[in-house]
Write a protein that binds this ligand. Structure first.
Ligand code: ATP
Ligand code: ZN
Length: 703
């Protein structure tokens, strides 16, 4: 049996480390690498249980230099002085400085040259090793090789100081890049630190403290006032307001009582809560969020993939051109050797695409992390691109535009003598007790509130997009939309027909109860529009969305009233779930990219059809969290606007970065070819553009 494990390991910082790990395990029988995520410092391995054990796997990883990090689930802390690349680079800088001082004062020249050489060797150790490994094992010419060649040639041309400076600046920018990436990632990991290390559980009538990693589903734990919630669960008893900003990004605390869900990392207010764990620590919502943000970095957008493909042939091309420049121009054009070689070196440094290569990833990590902190989970660069360019936003009605908590407003009987209101409610509630639909819950709630005893029914069956049916006193009874009664049951609506239209015109959803060919009466339900829906729709338009439309399974008349209330101008009503898919496709054909927003459970097919599927209120609904492209953790339309703006802002910074890096590289290359730049100018210009790109990208850390 092949067994899969996910392990978080140390020293896995970049693609190079990833390939070193892959090579290290290639010679180990019984272990296969399934996936390596350097951005998450995680590996997924498959191992043959008959041949190896998990312990062997772990010790093998340690042998090849990637020990499994101590705290499972919790990512390790980031410290610059723990990073060998930072240390070697700083050391190279110091040596460079000393050697330079030595060259100024009257010390033998050999001393400063020796210092420069040491700086080159130490500062160039890591990227030099990566360059060689890339070349030998992956047959790839990368930026590291370009820089290494340039440094060696410069040194050979007796420009030792320039060579050392190149090595120092390149290594420090590499280290800085790695460090900032780590740092931005740790902004997300900071979420994890909000979860406590230990939980107080009740076992056998006693309270004991255990590490949160040992919490089991079903454990009852205690959350005291002011404490953080250790893992997701359902409140058993107690009452308190809980700040769940770390998970959902909502700033206002939410009231919790018996039956409410709480999420790990939320901060408890004044009351004490007894909570039954529904997730282990590793599986809880916040752990899933962190994992998804990490995985998101691997779902690259089109532009990023293009740049990576481009980089694969660009760097070798630079090397080939540089070498021919240095060798051919003296041979063929009679140029001076020293000038030609220097020029070639300057060219190689000038043309290296560092800034270009990091401009997208650095911006994305920052942006995705910021989104996650604000309760907006975007599952990859590709979705950021799509979301930024959306022209149509399609909103589902129930639960998206409306609150999804309807109330029964009217009960009208078609035949008072045979079916008085309490009989209607009692039969309706009996059928709806088996249904998950928000309407059903409203009806059950109303009948309970009125103290009506539920009738007894059997053979419940749900009719998707129309209603439900069951057998009551031997008769097949239906509950559902009026259109269903007319079209499918050929029911005579009799005197209630007029009432139906009147109630629908008030924005109410009308459902009928009755048997084949005869409606007994109606129940009207009203679901209020979300408080901020109108502003959100306007904000979407302000943000550049051309069309905001509403999709609903409800009746057109009622839907129109709701749409007018929130300022949506186009409504598509009476849609079955599969019609919503068709509608999304039509909208895409006609107007371009569609973002479909729904609850992610009933609307999953429509969300999947859209360019971007957005699930609202995803915290606590695993399906929504897993399937949507963008998950809004809070049940709040404002977050949709935020997500759109975040995506647009990200795209803008990415564009700035791309333009800048291309322009700077072009200027440097032209200058290098014309011989107007010296090596230090090229190196500094190059590193400055890289620094700009990093700093610009990090602006996305701001929410
Ligand atoms: N269990 C039910 N009881 C009564 N009526 C129902 C039930 N299920 C569906 N219906 C009827 O079918 C219609 C469409 O239901 P559907 O679930 O497709 O859409 P919805 O979720 O109500 O609305 P939206 O599409 O805006 O989310 C409802 O408006 C209602 O009239
Ligand atoms: Zn560079």
């Amino acid at each position: 049996m092949m067994q899969h494990v996910d392990l978080r390991v140390a020293n896995l910082d970049c693609e190079h480390d990833a390939s070193r790990l892959r090579r290290g395990l290639a010679q180990t029988p019984g272990i296969e690498v399934v996936r390596i995520s350097s951005s998450a410092a995680k590996v997924r391995l498959a191992f043959d249980e008959e041949r190896t054990s998990r312990e062997t796997v772990e010790s093998r990883l340690a042998e090849i230099g990637f020990p499994v990090s101590a705290e499972r689930g919790r990512p390790p802390a980031v410290r610059p002085w723990n990073n060998p690349k930072v240390i070697t680079s700083v050391l190279a800088g110091l040596l460079l400085l000393l050697a330079w001082i030595a060259s100024l004062v009257d010390l033998p020249e050999g001393l400063s040259t020796g210092g420069y050489l040491l700086a080159v060797l130490i500062g160039g150790f890591y990227f030099g090793r990566e360059a060689i490994q890339d070349l030998l094992f992956e047959r790839r010419i990368g930026i590291e090789l370009l820089m290494g060649v340039a440094a060696i040639v410069a040194f050979a041309l007796r420009q030792a100081g320039e060579s050392a400076m190149l090595v120092f600046l390149y290594s420090i920018s590499e280290a800085l890049e790695g460090y900032t990436e780590e740092k931005t990632r740790s902004a997300i990991k900071a979420l994890m630190d909000l979860t406590p290390k230990r939980a107080t559980v009740r076992r056998d009538g006693r309270q004991i403290e255990i590490p949160v990693e040992e919490l089991q589903v079903g454990d009852v734990f205690l959350v005291r006032p002011g404490e953080a919630v250790p893992t997701d669960g359902k409140v058993l008893s107690g009452r308190s307001s809980v700040n769940q900003a770390p998970v959902t990004g909502e700033s206002v605390p939410v009231e919790k009582e018996a039956g409410s869900s709480v999420f790990a990392g939320s901060i408890n207010g004044e009351g004490a809560l007894d909570v039954r764990a529904e997730k282990t620590f590793a599986e809880n919502t916040i752990s899933r969020i962190i994992e998804m943000v990490e995985e998101a970095q691997e779902k690259k957008g089109q532009s990023q993939r293009f740049i990576e493909r481009f980089g694969a042939w660009y760097s070798p091309a630079v090397l080939v051109i540089g070498v021919s420049l240095g060798i051919l121009s003296p041979l063929l054009l009679d140029a001076e050797w020293l000038t030609a070689l220097t020029r070639a070196t300057v060219f190689i440094v000038a043309a290296a695409p560092c800034a270009l290569v990091i401009s997208i990833p650095i911006t994305l990590v920052a942006s995705l992390g910021t989104g996650a902190r604000m309760g907006v989970l975007i599952k990859g660069g590709i979705h950021v691109e799509q979301l930024a360019n959306v022209t149509v936003v399609a909103l589902d009605k129930t639960g998206t535009i409306t609150r999804g908590q309807p109330d029964v407003t009217d009960v009208v009987s078609g035949d008072e003598a045979a079916f008085p209101n309490n009989v209607l409610l009692s039969v309706a509630a009996a059928i709806e007790a088996s249904s998950q639909h928000p309407l059903a819950r409203a009806i059950v709630r109303r009948s309970e509130a009125d103290g009506i005893a539920s009738a007894s029914v059997e053979d419940f069956r749900s009719i998707t997009g129309a209603g439900a049916t069951a057998r009551y006193q031997g008769t097949i009874v239906y509950i559902g939309k009026p259109e269903f009664f007319e079209r499918e049951l050929h029911a005579d609506l009799g005197q209630i027909a007029g009432t139906i239209t009147r109630l629908q015109a008030e924005g109410k959803t009308v459902v009928l109860l009755g048997e084949k060919a005869r409606a007994w009466g109606l129940i009207a339900v009203r679901d209020n529009v979300r408080a901020n829906a109108r502003e959100a729709v306007r904000a979407l338009r302000d943000a550049g969305v051309k069309k905001v439309v509403m999709l609903t399974g409800d009746n057109a008349l009622a839907a129109r009233v709701i749409a007018d209330e929130v300022g949506v101008n186009e409504v598509f009503a009476d849609l079955k779930p599969e019609d919503k898919v068709t509608k999304v496709r039509e909208l895409t054909d006609k107007h371009g990219r569609v973002a479909m927003v729904g609850d992610g459970v009933n609307d999953a097919p429509a969300l999947a059809q859209a360019a971007v599927g957005v699930a609202m209120g995803a915290a606590g609904t695993d399906v929504a969290l897993e399937t949507a492209d963008v998950a809004l953790m809070a049940d709040d339309l404002e977050k949709l606007v935020y997500a759109l703006r975040l995506a647009k802002r990200t795209q803008k910074i990415v564009t700035q970065n791309l333009v800048l890096s291309v322009v700077v590289t072009a200027v440097l290359v032209v200058g290098a070819l014309m011989g107007s730049f010296s090596l230090p100018v090229a190196v500094i210009g190059h590193e400055l553009s890289e620094l700009f790109v990093i700093v610009n990208g990090l602006r996305m850390l701001k929410s």
